[in-house]
Design a protein around this ligand. Structure first.
Ligand SMILES: Nc1ncnc2c1ncn2[C@@H]1O[C@H](COP(=O)(O)OP(=O)(O)OP(=O)(O)O)[C@@H](O)[C@H]1O
Length: 648
């Protein structure tokens, strides 16, 4: 390695040596120079060695080699000059001179520095002087703005502090309120729980009390119902098991006066506070001309030409109600063809007859009684034509209606009035009707609708007790005189069969009244047997034609009605005799019972008005069936021209 600049300078004598210590300094310098010389020798030796290496390595780079030699030479010169100087140190003067030089150089250097810094200070002064006022103003403005901002910030901080204080106060208040509310809530909760418990106790008590009252009430109601039933039965018994009423059909308004029958003035009859006595003004051919005659007929009630189907049902509903209570009941309209039997029993949309009204009443009663009774309502619709029974609930087979043996007709359980009416409507379409001289749509058969009502008690002592009532509603075929109608062939045979059936029916009713053997000799009376028997209830509606031309038929019909009335009286008298024969205690079940005997014994008519029997009626009895119900009279007409008409 080449000798470094640093190592040569570090060996230079101290320039700050004091002049007074010359001998020691010189000795030191000589010693130092000797050491330098030794080092120099070593350096020269190293150099020679390096030089050899350089010469060998410089083959490829002569320029570099020469430059390195030049540097080395320069270096060597400097070292030699240094050695020279060091040798001069042996000279004290030289040393002094040297020290002086050194000091002067130092002083000059310091002076330069002072001068330079003075110049810088002057520059600064100049700059400050030139920029002085603006800076000051700027600073002041800046200071003012800062101060302003500071004040603003301070104000905001104060405000925030205030708000904080407010919020803290609020929070404190809210916390206080919340705690208070929590306390109130707890108190209210406790109060509610207490009052709930209290209320529960009270409720329990009141429920027990209510159950007690309910039990008492139920018992009272049950007793009252029982009493009502008994009274109702007694009233019905007083009215008799056979009841006979008449209805006069209205004539068209344009009918000439002289073509109309004269029924006299409406008059209270023996059995009724309503129109009950019919004074029929008749004429017969005498030897000297027409002889006027008055025939009088007494009925429980006579419905006039202005009495509607509703009025008729109002009277008949007691009997329908009896069927709901478990009795066997038969209601039928009896009369010559065209006298209004179908209108009374079936009716039409505007004026439903007894059958749809009874169906309506039964379903309404079942609905009203649903809490106390379970009802089962079954329906059967049959037609009796020339002593043959046809099941109208079965669809005709091969265009022919299905015949059945008696009591074997289909029973359909019906859940609603609508279903029942639909069944009836369908069945009516299969009925045999035909045009006769008296009626465009004459029923050539008897239509028998039977409603079986099974009622099971659900409450109280009667739970499980079941009653089954039967209501037979019959639209009879019209009686007719073959001679008068001029019927021949099939129509005549039909007429004969119809008259025979009606005659047998009359016999049955008479026998029921007299208590003799009952001759159920026709399919009709056999079919109605269950409801035409001792203990059953029968309503015979005698239908009266308003036309003079029908006079003889009308008289015959009224006479049949009179026969039935006599049978009724006989039956009442028999019942009365039976009651009188019983020990007294047995007859005194109620006050009404003894009056029943008294009335019947005296032959005094009972009062069949709605007010008397009102206890058994519910509003349902007066309800009008749905207006959607078809016109059954029309069904007769449809059947005439329809596929199934006259099929037998
Ligand atoms: N009370 C009444 N009010 C209004 N019209 C009536 C009344 N009674 C009957 N009619 C009418 O008289 C006509 C004959 O009545 P309906 O068909 O009921 O007689 P019927 O006795 O059933 O006859 P048939 O025995 O021949 O079947 C019908 O057009 C019917 O609408």
């Amino acid at each position: 390695m080449y000798l470094s600049q640093e190592s040569s300078t570090s060996q230079e004598p101290e320039t700050t040596v004091a002049a007074g210590s010359g001998d020691r300094i010189v000795d030191n310098a000589i010693l130092h120079l000797d050491q330098k010389l030794d080092q120099l020798d070593a350096t020269v030796r190293d150099f020679s060695k390096d030089l050899n290496e350089v010469v060998i390595g410089a083959d490829g780079d002569v320029g570099k080699f020469l430059s390195a030699i030049a540097d080395t030479m320069e270096n060597m010169d400097q070292r030699l000059r240094g050695i020279e100087k060091a040798q001069n140190f042996n000279n004290v003067e030289y040393q002094k001179e040297y020290i002086k030089e050194q000091l002067e150089a130092k002083i000059a250097d310091l002076e330069r520095q002072v001068e330079s810094q003075g110049a810088q200070v002057a520059d600064c002064k100049k700059i400050r002087e030139s920029a002085g006022p603006d800076v000051a103003a700027g600073r002041e403005e800046e200071f003012r703005q800062l101060k302003e901002r500071l004040e603003k910030e301070k104000a905001r901080a104060d405000k925030a502090e205030e708000r904080k204080a407010i919020y803290e106060a609020r929070i404190e208040k809210v916390v206080e309120d919340r705690d208070m509310l929590a306390q109130h809530y707890e108190a209210a909760l406790r109060e509610i729980e207490d009052s709930n418990a209290n209320w529960r106790d009270q409720f329990q008590e009141s429920q027990e009390a209510r159950d007690g009252i309910e039990a008492v009430l139920r018992e009272t109601i049950e007793r009252e119902q029982e009493r009502r039933r008994r009274l109702f039965d007694e009233v019905q018994d007083m009215k008799g098991s056979i009841r006979v009423m008449a209805r006069v059909r209205p004539a068209p308004s344009d009918t000439p006066e002289d073509e109309l029958m004269d029924f006299g003035q409406p008059e209270r009859g023996e059995f009724s506070e309503h129109w009950g006595k019919l004074n029929l003004m008749t004429t017969r051919k005498g030897l000297t001309g027409d002889v006027a005659n008055v025939k009088t007929f007494d009925f429980e009630r006579i419905f006039g030409q202005n009495d509607t189907n509703e009025v008729v049902f109002d009277e008949a509903s007691d009997l329908a109600q009896s069927a709901v209570e478990g009795k066997k009941v038969c209601i039928f309209a009896y009369g010559q063809t065209g006298s209004g039997k179908s209108h009374t029993m079936l009716g039409d949309d505007e004026s439903p007859g007894i059958i749809p009204r009874a169906i309506n009443m039964i379903f309404r009663t079942a609905e009203d009684d649903a809490m106390s009774y379970r009802y089962k309502i079954e329906l059967s619709v049959t037609e009796i034509y020339q002593d043959t029974v046809y099941d109208l609930l079965q669809q005709p087979r091969g265009g022919k209606k299905v015949t059945v043996r008696l009591q074997q007709a289909t029973w359909e359980t019906t859940a609603s009035q609508t279903t029942a009416l639909d069944m009836l409507r369908q069945a009516s379409q299969h009925r045999t009707v035909a045009a006769t001289s008296a009626n465009e749509q004459s029923s050539r058969s008897h239509l028998v609708l039977t409603i079986r009502i099974t009622r099971e008690a659900l409450i109280d002592r009667r739970v499980g007790q079941t009653t089954t009532g039967t209501l037979n509603l019959v639209d009879l075929a019209g009686s007719e005189r073959a001679a008068a109608t001029g019927a021949t062939g099939k129509q005549m045979r039909e007429g004969v069969a119809i008259n025979s059936d009606l005659m047998n029916l009359n016999l049955v009713i008479t026998a029921l009244g007299s208590g003799t053997r009952v001759p159920y000799d026709s399919a009709l009376t056999k079919a109605l047997k269950e409801s035409l028997t001792q203990g059953s209830r029968t309503l015979m509606l005698v239908m009266v034609s308003p036309f003079k031309k029908d006079q003889s038929q009308t008289v015959q019909t009224l006479e049949k009605g009179a026969e039935a009335t006599r049978a009724k009286l006989a039956s009442v008298a028999r019942a009365n005799r039976k009651t009188s024969a019983l020990p007294k205690a047995a007859t005194q079940t109620s006050g009404a019972s003894s009056s029943s005997s008294a009335v019947a014994a005296a032959g005094t008519p009972t009062k069949p008005s709605s007010s008397q029997s009102g206890s058994s009626r519910t509003p349902a009895h007066r309800a009008t069936p749905s207006s959607t119900q078809s016109s059954f009279a029309n069904r007769k007409r449809m059947s005439t021209t329809g596929k199934t008409g006259n099929s037998v």
